[in-house]
Design a protein around this ligand. Structure first.
Ligand code: AMP
Ligand code: GLY
Length: 423
Protein backbone atom coordinates (compact mmCIF):
# COMPACT_ATOMS: atom_id res chain seq x y z
CA UNK A 1 0.00 0.00 0.00
CA UNK A 2 1.06 3.53 -0.72
CA UNK A 3 0.02 6.01 1.89
CA UNK A 4 0.08 9.77 1.94
CA UNK A 5 0.14 11.72 5.19
CA UNK A 6 -0.62 15.44 4.96
CA UNK A 7 1.21 17.52 7.58
CA UNK A 8 4.71 17.92 8.90
CA UNK A 9 4.94 18.03 12.68
CA UNK A 10 5.42 15.76 15.67
CA UNK A 11 1.84 14.51 15.47
CA UNK A 12 2.36 13.40 11.88
CA UNK A 13 5.61 11.69 12.86
CA UNK A 14 3.72 9.79 15.58
CA UNK A 15 1.03 8.77 13.07
CA UNK A 16 3.63 7.66 10.52
CA UNK A 17 5.62 5.62 13.06
CA UNK A 18 2.46 3.87 14.22
CA UNK A 19 1.29 3.16 10.66
CA UNK A 20 4.73 1.68 9.88
CA UNK A 21 4.04 -1.16 12.31
CA UNK A 22 1.75 -2.53 9.58
CA UNK A 23 3.96 -4.43 7.19
CA UNK A 24 1.52 -4.20 4.28
CA UNK A 25 2.48 -0.56 3.92
CA UNK A 26 5.28 -0.34 1.41
CA UNK A 27 5.64 3.42 1.20
CA UNK A 28 4.59 6.51 3.11
CA UNK A 29 4.85 10.00 1.65
CA UNK A 30 4.67 12.99 3.98
CA UNK A 31 3.54 16.32 2.49
CA UNK A 32 5.55 18.27 3.51
CA UNK A 33 6.89 16.20 6.45
CA UNK A 34 10.19 17.40 7.93
CA UNK A 35 13.82 16.30 7.87
CA UNK A 36 13.44 14.46 11.16
CA UNK A 37 11.05 11.90 9.69
CA UNK A 38 13.04 11.11 6.55
CA UNK A 39 13.80 7.56 7.76
CA UNK A 40 10.14 6.59 7.90
CA UNK A 41 8.63 8.62 5.08
CA UNK A 42 9.59 10.27 1.85
CA UNK A 43 9.11 13.96 2.52
CA UNK A 44 7.84 15.93 -0.45
CA UNK A 45 7.92 19.74 -0.45
CA UNK A 46 4.20 20.28 -0.99
CA UNK A 47 2.63 22.46 1.72
CA UNK A 48 -0.21 21.09 3.84
CA UNK A 49 -2.57 23.78 2.54
CA UNK A 50 -1.54 23.46 -1.10
CA UNK A 51 -4.64 21.41 -1.88
CA UNK A 52 -4.09 21.37 -5.62
CA UNK A 53 -0.48 20.23 -5.13
CA UNK A 54 -1.65 17.48 -2.77
CA UNK A 55 -4.34 16.31 -5.18
CA UNK A 56 -1.94 16.22 -8.13
CA UNK A 57 0.69 14.34 -6.11
CA UNK A 58 -1.82 11.78 -4.84
CA UNK A 59 -3.12 11.06 -8.33
CA UNK A 60 0.35 10.91 -9.93
CA UNK A 61 1.68 8.57 -7.26
CA UNK A 62 -1.35 6.28 -7.20
CA UNK A 63 -1.94 6.75 -3.50
CA UNK A 64 -4.11 4.01 -1.95
CA UNK A 65 -5.01 5.80 1.28
CA UNK A 66 -4.53 9.31 2.66
CA UNK A 67 -4.40 10.62 6.21
CA UNK A 68 -5.04 14.34 6.47
CA UNK A 69 -3.77 15.33 9.91
CA UNK A 70 -3.77 19.14 10.39
CA UNK A 71 -6.80 21.38 10.87
CA UNK A 72 -6.28 23.81 7.97
CA UNK A 73 -6.35 21.34 5.07
CA UNK A 74 -9.32 19.55 6.68
CA UNK A 75 -11.29 22.77 7.02
CA UNK A 76 -10.29 23.79 3.48
CA UNK A 77 -11.65 20.52 2.05
CA UNK A 78 -8.59 18.36 1.39
CA UNK A 79 -10.54 15.16 2.09
CA UNK A 80 -13.36 16.22 -0.23
CA UNK A 81 -10.86 16.79 -3.01
CA UNK A 82 -9.02 13.47 -2.57
CA UNK A 83 -12.25 11.50 -2.25
CA UNK A 84 -13.43 13.02 -5.52
CA UNK A 85 -10.37 11.38 -7.09
CA UNK A 86 -11.43 8.03 -5.59
CA UNK A 87 -8.77 8.07 -2.87
CA UNK A 88 -10.09 6.89 0.52
CA UNK A 89 -9.09 9.18 3.37
CA UNK A 90 -8.90 9.39 7.13
CA UNK A 91 -10.28 12.74 8.24
CA UNK A 92 -13.55 14.64 8.09
CA UNK A 93 -14.87 16.42 5.04
CA UNK A 94 -14.93 20.20 5.13
CA UNK A 95 -18.63 20.31 6.09
CA UNK A 96 -17.78 18.36 9.29
CA UNK A 97 -14.36 19.93 9.98
CA UNK A 98 -16.27 23.16 10.61
CA UNK A 99 -16.73 21.83 14.15
CA UNK A 100 -13.18 23.13 14.70
CA UNK A 101 -13.12 25.69 11.91
CA UNK A 102 -15.85 27.87 13.41
CA UNK A 103 -16.30 28.40 17.13
CA UNK A 104 -19.66 30.07 16.44
CA UNK A 105 -20.77 26.89 14.66
CA UNK A 106 -19.61 24.60 17.48
CA UNK A 107 -21.12 26.73 20.25
CA UNK A 108 -24.44 26.98 18.42
CA UNK A 109 -24.39 23.22 17.82
CA UNK A 110 -23.89 22.55 21.53
CA UNK A 111 -26.64 24.97 22.49
CA UNK A 112 -29.09 23.49 19.97
CA UNK A 113 -28.47 19.89 21.12
CA UNK A 114 -28.03 20.50 24.85
CA UNK A 115 -24.35 19.51 25.00
CA UNK A 116 -22.74 20.97 28.15
CA UNK A 117 -20.41 23.91 27.50
CA UNK A 118 -19.70 27.42 28.82
CA UNK A 119 -22.49 30.00 28.44
CA UNK A 120 -21.70 32.42 25.59
CA UNK A 121 -22.71 35.25 23.29
CA UNK A 122 -21.73 35.76 19.63
CA UNK A 123 -20.83 39.16 18.18
CA UNK A 124 -20.06 40.38 14.67
CA UNK A 125 -19.89 44.02 15.73
CA UNK A 126 -17.09 45.32 17.97
CA UNK A 127 -19.20 48.13 19.50
CA UNK A 128 -21.88 45.70 20.63
CA UNK A 129 -19.25 43.35 22.06
CA UNK A 130 -17.63 46.22 23.99
CA UNK A 131 -21.00 47.33 25.33
CA UNK A 132 -21.82 43.77 26.45
CA UNK A 133 -18.53 43.54 28.35
CA UNK A 134 -19.44 46.55 30.55
CA UNK A 135 -21.83 44.42 32.61
CA UNK A 136 -20.32 40.96 32.05
CA UNK A 137 -18.72 39.00 34.91
CA UNK A 138 -14.91 38.81 34.95
CA UNK A 139 -12.70 36.91 34.21
CA UNK A 140 -14.15 36.25 30.78
CA UNK A 141 -12.99 34.45 27.63
CA UNK A 142 -12.83 36.03 24.17
CA UNK A 143 -12.46 33.69 21.19
CA UNK A 144 -11.95 34.44 17.51
CA UNK A 145 -14.44 32.46 15.44
CA UNK A 146 -12.05 30.89 12.94
CA UNK A 147 -8.71 29.07 12.97
CA UNK A 148 -5.93 31.14 14.53
CA UNK A 149 -2.96 28.77 14.86
CA UNK A 150 -4.19 27.82 18.32
CA UNK A 151 -3.84 31.40 19.54
CA UNK A 152 -7.37 32.71 19.07
CA UNK A 153 -8.45 32.34 22.71
CA UNK A 154 -7.81 35.23 25.07
CA UNK A 155 -8.59 34.98 28.77
CA UNK A 156 -9.27 38.43 30.24
CA UNK A 157 -8.96 38.97 33.98
CA UNK A 158 -10.70 42.35 33.98
CA UNK A 159 -12.71 44.74 31.81
CA UNK A 160 -9.65 46.48 30.36
CA UNK A 161 -8.10 43.23 29.22
CA UNK A 162 -11.41 42.03 27.80
CA UNK A 163 -11.85 45.24 25.79
CA UNK A 164 -8.27 45.03 24.54
CA UNK A 165 -8.96 41.45 23.39
CA UNK A 166 -12.07 42.47 21.45
CA UNK A 167 -10.24 45.38 19.83
CA UNK A 168 -7.24 43.30 18.81
CA UNK A 169 -9.39 40.53 17.32
CA UNK A 170 -12.21 42.54 15.71
CA UNK A 171 -10.68 45.92 14.90
CA UNK A 172 -6.94 45.25 14.53
CA UNK A 173 -7.70 41.87 12.93
CA UNK A 174 -4.92 40.10 14.81
CA UNK A 175 -6.13 36.82 13.33
CA UNK A 176 -7.39 38.22 10.02
CA UNK A 177 -10.82 37.13 8.87
CA UNK A 178 -10.96 34.56 11.69
CA UNK A 179 -11.92 37.54 13.88
CA UNK A 180 -14.90 38.75 11.84
CA UNK A 181 -17.03 37.12 14.50
CA UNK A 182 -16.18 36.41 18.11
CA UNK A 183 -17.52 34.27 20.91
CA UNK A 184 -17.46 35.78 24.40
CA UNK A 185 -17.91 33.07 26.98
CA UNK A 186 -18.13 32.27 30.63
CA UNK A 187 -14.81 31.53 32.33
CA UNK A 188 -14.83 27.98 33.69
CA UNK A 189 -12.45 26.38 36.15
CA UNK A 190 -11.35 22.81 36.69
CA UNK A 191 -8.79 20.37 35.36
CA UNK A 192 -8.62 19.94 31.60
CA UNK A 193 -8.74 16.60 29.84
CA UNK A 194 -8.12 15.84 26.18
CA UNK A 195 -10.08 12.92 24.76
CA UNK A 196 -9.33 12.00 21.18
CA UNK A 197 -11.82 9.62 19.63
CA UNK A 198 -12.21 7.54 16.50
CA UNK A 199 -15.62 7.90 14.91
CA UNK A 200 -17.21 6.75 11.68
CA UNK A 201 -20.32 8.83 12.29
CA UNK A 202 -22.17 5.92 13.92
CA UNK A 203 -19.83 4.54 16.57
CA UNK A 204 -17.51 6.61 18.72
CA UNK A 205 -14.48 4.98 20.31
CA UNK A 206 -12.71 7.24 22.80
CA UNK A 207 -8.95 6.74 22.90
CA UNK A 208 -7.02 6.75 26.14
CA UNK A 209 -7.39 10.17 27.80
CA UNK A 210 -4.50 12.62 28.06
CA UNK A 211 -3.37 15.89 29.63
CA UNK A 212 -1.66 18.67 27.68
CA UNK A 213 0.64 21.33 29.19
CA UNK A 214 0.02 24.42 27.09
CA UNK A 215 1.98 27.10 28.94
CA UNK A 216 5.64 27.66 28.12
CA UNK A 217 6.95 27.69 31.69
CA UNK A 218 7.05 25.41 34.71
CA UNK A 219 4.04 25.62 37.02
CA UNK A 220 1.79 26.60 34.06
CA UNK A 221 3.33 30.06 33.78
CA UNK A 222 4.22 32.06 30.69
CA UNK A 223 2.63 32.21 27.28
CA UNK A 224 0.37 29.67 25.65
CA UNK A 225 2.19 27.38 23.23
CA UNK A 226 1.27 24.57 20.88
CA UNK A 227 1.84 22.24 23.84
CA UNK A 228 5.00 21.56 25.90
CA UNK A 229 4.24 18.00 26.88
CA UNK A 230 1.55 15.44 27.58
CA UNK A 231 0.78 12.46 29.76
CA UNK A 232 -1.74 9.64 29.33
CA UNK A 233 -4.02 8.55 30.83
CA UNK A 234 -5.36 11.66 32.58
CA UNK A 235 -6.13 10.93 36.27
CA UNK A 236 -9.06 13.37 36.29
CA UNK A 237 -10.82 11.27 33.67
CA UNK A 238 -12.28 8.69 36.02
CA UNK A 239 -14.64 5.90 34.92
CA UNK A 240 -17.59 7.93 36.19
CA UNK A 241 -16.51 11.01 34.22
CA UNK A 242 -15.90 8.85 31.15
CA UNK A 243 -19.42 7.46 31.30
CA UNK A 244 -20.92 10.90 31.75
CA UNK A 245 -18.91 12.20 28.79
CA UNK A 246 -20.04 9.32 26.58
CA UNK A 247 -23.73 9.86 27.43
CA UNK A 248 -23.84 13.65 27.56
CA UNK A 249 -21.11 14.75 25.16
CA UNK A 250 -19.59 12.18 22.79
CA UNK A 251 -22.65 10.40 21.39
CA UNK A 252 -24.80 13.55 21.41
CA UNK A 253 -22.13 15.34 19.36
CA UNK A 254 -21.95 12.55 16.78
CA UNK A 255 -25.73 12.50 16.52
CA UNK A 256 -25.96 16.28 16.34
CA UNK A 257 -23.52 16.34 13.43
CA UNK A 258 -25.57 13.67 11.64
CA UNK A 259 -28.76 15.64 12.17
CA UNK A 260 -27.08 18.72 10.70
CA UNK A 261 -26.13 16.68 7.62
CA UNK A 262 -22.45 16.96 8.56
CA UNK A 263 -21.49 13.40 9.49
CA UNK A 264 -18.06 13.43 11.12
CA UNK A 265 -15.60 10.66 10.22
CA UNK A 266 -12.05 10.69 11.52
CA UNK A 267 -10.53 11.73 14.82
CA UNK A 268 -12.79 13.99 16.83
CA UNK A 269 -10.93 15.61 19.71
CA UNK A 270 -12.92 16.67 22.76
CA UNK A 271 -11.19 19.38 24.82
CA UNK A 272 -12.95 19.06 28.17
CA UNK A 273 -12.94 20.85 31.47
CA UNK A 274 -14.07 18.87 34.50
CA UNK A 275 -15.96 21.56 36.43
CA UNK A 276 -17.75 21.19 39.76
CA UNK A 277 -20.97 20.89 37.79
CA UNK A 278 -19.59 18.13 35.57
CA UNK A 279 -17.65 17.90 32.31
CA UNK A 280 -17.97 20.79 29.85
CA UNK A 281 -16.72 21.05 26.27
CA UNK A 282 -14.07 23.76 25.96
CA UNK A 283 -13.37 23.06 22.31
CA UNK A 284 -13.68 20.50 19.56
CA UNK A 285 -10.81 19.74 17.21
CA UNK A 286 -11.33 17.87 13.97
CA UNK A 287 -8.01 16.00 14.21
CA UNK A 288 -5.49 14.34 16.49
CA UNK A 289 -4.01 16.67 19.10
CA UNK A 290 -0.37 17.62 19.04
CA UNK A 291 1.35 16.56 21.35
CA UNK A 292 -1.53 14.33 22.54
CA UNK A 293 -0.96 11.95 19.62
CA UNK A 294 2.61 11.46 20.85
CA UNK A 295 1.34 9.75 24.04
CA UNK A 296 -1.94 8.26 22.86
CA UNK A 297 -0.70 6.46 19.74
CA UNK A 298 2.26 4.74 21.46
CA UNK A 299 -0.32 3.16 23.81
CA UNK A 300 -2.56 1.94 20.96
CA UNK A 301 -2.31 -1.84 20.64
CA UNK A 302 -4.58 -2.28 17.62
CA UNK A 303 -3.12 -1.74 14.16
CA UNK A 304 -3.68 1.95 13.32
CA UNK A 305 -4.30 1.42 9.61
CA UNK A 306 -6.99 -1.16 10.41
CA UNK A 307 -8.73 1.31 12.71
CA UNK A 308 -8.45 4.16 10.23
CA UNK A 309 -9.83 2.07 7.39
CA UNK A 310 -12.72 0.90 9.58
CA UNK A 311 -13.52 4.58 10.21
CA UNK A 312 -13.42 5.35 6.49
CA UNK A 313 -15.58 2.34 5.64
CA UNK A 314 -18.14 2.99 8.38
CA UNK A 315 -17.26 -0.31 10.08
CA UNK A 316 -15.80 0.87 13.36
CA UNK A 317 -18.30 -1.20 15.36
CA UNK A 318 -16.84 -4.36 13.81
CA UNK A 319 -13.39 -4.04 15.36
CA UNK A 320 -11.94 -3.90 18.87
CA UNK A 321 -9.72 -0.91 19.51
CA UNK A 322 -7.38 -1.67 22.38
CA UNK A 323 -4.99 0.45 24.41
CA UNK A 324 -2.22 -0.82 26.66
CA UNK A 325 -2.97 -0.59 30.35
CA UNK A 326 0.16 1.51 30.83
CA UNK A 327 1.28 5.15 31.09
CA UNK A 328 2.99 7.49 28.65
CA UNK A 329 4.74 10.84 28.99
CA UNK A 330 5.95 13.09 26.17
CA UNK A 331 8.33 15.98 26.84
CA UNK A 332 8.67 18.61 24.13
CA UNK A 333 12.15 19.94 23.48
CA UNK A 334 11.83 23.46 22.13
CA UNK A 335 14.16 26.24 21.03
CA UNK A 336 14.78 28.67 23.88
CA UNK A 337 12.58 31.74 23.42
CA UNK A 338 9.64 29.80 21.93
CA UNK A 339 6.82 30.79 21.40
CA UNK A 340 8.05 34.35 20.77
CA UNK A 341 11.44 34.48 19.06
CA UNK A 342 14.13 31.86 18.87
CA UNK A 343 17.13 30.82 16.84
CA UNK A 344 17.22 27.70 14.71
CA UNK A 345 19.69 25.88 12.50
CA UNK A 346 21.56 24.07 15.31
CA UNK A 347 22.79 20.52 14.84
CA UNK A 348 20.53 17.94 16.42
CA UNK A 349 21.97 14.83 18.02
CA UNK A 350 19.52 12.01 18.78
CA UNK A 351 21.15 8.75 19.99
CA UNK A 352 20.14 5.81 17.77
CA UNK A 353 18.87 3.75 20.75
CA UNK A 354 16.10 6.24 21.48
CA UNK A 355 15.19 7.26 17.94
CA UNK A 356 12.02 5.16 17.99
CA UNK A 357 10.65 7.27 20.84
CA UNK A 358 11.32 10.63 19.22
CA UNK A 359 8.72 12.52 17.20
CA UNK A 360 10.31 15.36 15.29
CA UNK A 361 8.33 18.57 14.81
CA UNK A 362 10.83 21.06 13.44
CA UNK A 363 14.02 19.89 11.76
CA UNK A 364 15.62 19.92 8.34
CA UNK A 365 18.48 18.10 6.68
CA UNK A 366 21.28 20.26 5.32
CA UNK A 367 24.54 18.87 3.94
CA UNK A 368 23.65 15.53 5.48
CA UNK A 369 23.17 16.99 8.96
CA UNK A 370 19.92 17.24 10.91
CA UNK A 371 19.36 20.84 12.06
CA UNK A 372 16.70 22.39 14.29
CA UNK A 373 14.13 24.28 12.25
CA UNK A 374 11.29 25.41 14.50
CA UNK A 375 10.10 26.51 17.90
CA UNK A 376 9.00 23.06 18.95
CA UNK A 377 11.83 20.83 17.78
CA UNK A 378 10.73 17.37 18.89
CA UNK A 379 8.87 15.35 21.47
CA UNK A 380 10.36 12.39 23.28
CA UNK A 381 8.00 9.79 24.73
CA UNK A 382 8.37 7.02 27.27
CA UNK A 383 5.86 4.28 28.09
CA UNK A 384 5.97 2.48 31.45
CA UNK A 385 3.87 0.62 34.00
CA UNK A 386 3.48 3.65 36.24
CA UNK A 387 3.18 7.35 35.51
CA UNK A 388 6.19 8.13 37.70
CA UNK A 389 8.35 5.74 35.69
CA UNK A 390 7.09 7.11 32.38
CA UNK A 391 7.91 10.67 33.44
CA UNK A 392 11.35 9.65 34.72
CA UNK A 393 12.17 7.74 31.54
CA UNK A 394 10.96 10.55 29.25
CA UNK A 395 13.24 13.05 31.03
CA UNK A 396 16.14 10.62 31.00
CA UNK A 397 15.78 10.36 27.21
CA UNK A 398 15.31 14.13 26.89
CA UNK A 399 18.70 14.62 28.57
CA UNK A 400 20.38 12.41 26.01
CA UNK A 401 19.25 14.54 23.07
CA UNK A 402 21.37 17.58 22.41
CA UNK A 403 21.18 20.79 20.43
CA UNK A 404 22.12 24.39 21.22
CA UNK A 405 19.39 26.46 22.92
CA UNK A 406 17.42 23.35 23.99
CA UNK A 407 14.56 24.31 26.31
CA UNK A 408 11.92 22.18 28.03
CA UNK A 409 9.57 22.30 30.96
CA UNK A 410 10.78 20.26 33.90
CA UNK A 411 7.35 19.51 35.37
CA UNK A 412 5.47 17.63 32.66
CA UNK A 413 3.20 15.16 34.42
CA UNK A 414 3.81 16.56 37.92
CA UNK A 415 0.21 17.65 38.38
CA UNK A 416 -1.15 14.37 37.04
CA UNK A 417 1.15 12.45 39.36
CA UNK A 418 -0.15 14.37 42.39
CA UNK A 419 -3.78 13.93 41.32
CA UNK A 420 -3.23 10.23 40.65
CA UNK A 421 -1.77 9.72 44.11
CA UNK A 422 -4.73 11.53 45.68
CA UNK A 423 -7.26 9.32 43.88
P1 AMP B 1 -8.12 26.58 22.86
O1 AMP B 1 -7.20 27.42 22.01
O2 AMP B 1 -9.52 26.58 22.43
O3 AMP B 1 -7.50 25.23 23.11
O4 AMP B 1 -8.13 27.26 24.29
C1 AMP B 1 -6.93 27.48 24.94
C2 AMP B 1 -7.13 27.32 26.40
O5 AMP B 1 -7.93 28.39 26.89
C3 AMP B 1 -7.85 26.08 26.87
O6 AMP B 1 -7.04 24.95 26.90
C4 AMP B 1 -8.32 26.50 28.24
O7 AMP B 1 -7.23 26.38 29.15
C5 AMP B 1 -8.61 27.96 28.06
N1 AMP B 1 -10.05 28.19 27.90
C6 AMP B 1 -10.78 28.16 26.78
N2 AMP B 1 -12.08 28.39 27.05
C7 AMP B 1 -12.17 28.57 28.37
C8 AMP B 1 -13.25 28.85 29.29
N3 AMP B 1 -14.50 29.02 28.86
N4 AMP B 1 -12.96 28.96 30.60
C9 AMP B 1 -11.69 28.81 31.06
N5 AMP B 1 -10.64 28.56 30.26
C10 AMP B 1 -10.88 28.43 28.94
N1 GLY C 1 -2.62 20.09 22.03
C1 GLY C 1 -3.73 20.85 21.66
C2 GLY C 1 -4.13 20.74 20.27
O1 GLY C 1 -3.65 19.93 19.50
O2 GLY C 1 -4.99 21.50 19.86
Amino acid sequence: MRILVVGGGGREHAIIKKLKENKSIEKIYALPGNGGMAKEAECVPVGATDLEGIRAFAVDHKIDYAVVAPDDPLVLGCVDLLEAEGIPCFGPRSEAAIIEGSKVFSKDLMKKYGIPTAAYEVFDDADKALEYLETAPMPIVVKADGLALGKGVLIAQDLDEAKAAVISIMRDKQFGKSGDQIVIEEFLTGPEVSVLSFTDGKTVVPMISSMDHKRAGDGDTGLNTGGMGTVAPNPYYTDAVAKQCMDEIFMPTIEAMNKEGRTFKGCLYFGLMITEKGPRVIEYNCRFGDPEAQVVLPLLKTDLLTVMQAVTDGKLSEIDVEFADRYACCVILASDGYPVSYEKGFELDIPAEIEDDVFVAGAKIENGKLLTNGGRVLGVTAVADTLAEAIGAAYEKADRISFDNKYYRTDIGARALKAGEAN
